[in-house]
Write a protein that binds this ligand. Structure first.
Ligand SMILES: *Cc1c(COP(=O)(O)O)cnc(C)c1O
Length: 396
């Protein structure tokens, strides 16, 4: 099997498994218990917090553990919105191609009377700091822009956007779920006030994540109850998951340069190979993208059919987000970068892992080429394109 869906989730590393095992077995105490046995768990928790903070370039007390990226996004955005509203600021700036954890939170806030500006991400899949600056108003409560897009992999100018926000006194949150452990992050240097990450995107376990909030940032609770996480996130902490996350993040961050050099070389080979398929195009800027991300649109193809045929060939891949949402709408990300509906339906995302090999890339190129040709030969839509009844979107 070739697992080429690392943007969806990653395999838990042996380092992470080894780190968490003691806290699943003998060291099962509750970190809130006062006796020595509970305090052992508490120590592990605080050690993990310090190590995560070190990876991000912040202080331990600025780290809140959550159930994952979605919760961190929800809490960051809701907190900044409510803090802003108290000062009469009810305007939020984001982009059209955020993850649904962000977009759906913004939708909810709109129903509560907030006004949301979604910036254009252009065909490149990149927003500029100048565009962010131009959108900021006196009543802007928050700018939330993802670090790297989960579908097309494009990386935003985070430091520059952060600088603009800092200068104008507007809190800046970034959903860094795809970036953490894959790109160098330093929240202090990059002017980031709040940041979300999720362990299962960098070889940690599922169901655990982090919300970094710069000191002085007011957090509102999504979950009420006990006083865990400085009273900002109730519920007994997921000690095994948190310990594993810290170990996975440390390992990933220590190997970013080595891993990304390897992934980028094979990513380029894969892009060159798929580019030879006629009437296809890479989605998003080629240079400024996650080391393992390849995302193509093929004319005259249904993404879902392609995934099933690739599955038969032992390839795990993804197509837009239509399958996950259970709807037939094409991916909002591909529409946001200007892909027309008919080609947005024919998208394929291959997100390579750190251990991807050249032979696997050769197999991916051969398999995708074969599947695209096969599906096109059966497609009445493709026949219309070839007989000139329909116009091509892409050049041959
Ligand atoms: C996966 C992902 C999330 C959601 O994280 P979970 O831990 O699965 O809740 C949020 N944002 C982005 C960009 C993601 O890729």
């Amino acid at each position: 099997m070739i697992y080429a869906d690392n943007a969806a989730t990653t395999q838990v590393s042996q380092t992470a498994i080894n780190a968490m095992l003691p806290y699943l077995s003998e060291l099962y105490g509750n970190p809130s218990s006062l006796y020595e046995f509970g305090q052992k768990a508490k120590e592990a928790l605080e050690d993990a917090r310090a190590r995560v903070a070190k990876c991000l370039g912040c202080e331990a007390r600025e780290i809140t553990f959550t159930s994952g990226g979605s919760e961190a996004d929800n809490q960051a955005i809701t907190s900044a919105a409510y803090a802003g509203a108290k000062k009469g600021k009810k305007h939020i700036i984001s982009t059209a191609f955020e993850h649904h954890a962000v977009l759906h939170t913004l939708k909810k806030l709109e129903k509560e009377g907030f006004e949301v500006t979604l910036l254009d991400v252009h065909s490149t899949g990149i927003v500029t700091a100048e565009e962010v600056a131009a959108a900021i108003r006196p009543d802007t409560a928050l700018v939330t822009i993802m670090y790297a897009n989960n579908e097309v992999g494009t990386i935003q100018p985070i430091k520059e956007i952060g600088a603009v926000c800092r200068e104008k006194g507007v809190p800046f949150h970034t959903d860094a779920v795809q970036a953490a452990g894959h790109l160098h992050i330093n929240v202090a240097e990059q002017n980031i006030d709040m940041l979300s990450l999720s362990a299962h995107k960098f070889h940690g376990p599922k169901g655990v994540g982090v919300l970094y909030a710069r000191k002085g940032t007011r957090l509102f609770n999504l979950i009420e109850g006990g006083a865990q996480e400085r009273g900002k996130r109730a519920g007994t902490e997921n000690v095994p998951g948190i310990v594993a996350m810290a170990a996975a993040l440390e390992e990933a961050c220590a190997n970013i340069d080595k891993n990304s050099a390897h992934q980028m070389a094979l990513r380029e080979k894969l892009i060159d190979g798929l580019d030879k398929i006629p009437y296809s195009e890479l989605n998003g800027n080629r240079e400024n993208r996650l080391p393992g991300n390849v995302n193509f649109c093929f004319e005259g193809i249904e993404g879902e059919s392609m995934l099933l045929l690739l599955d038969d060939k032992g390839i795990c891949a993804s197509s837009g987000s239509a399958c996950t949402s259970g709807s037939l709408d094409p991916s909002h990300v591909l529409l946001a970068i200007g892909r027309p509906h008919e080609v947005a339906h024919g998208s394929l995302r291959l997100s390579l892992g750190e251990d991807i090999t050249e032979e696997q890339v050769d197999y991916l190129i051969a398999s995708v080429t074969e599947v695209v040709t096969y599906l096109r030969n059966m497609s009445p839509f493709w026949r219309d394109l070839m007989t000139g009844k329909r116009q091509h979107v892409f050049a041959e």
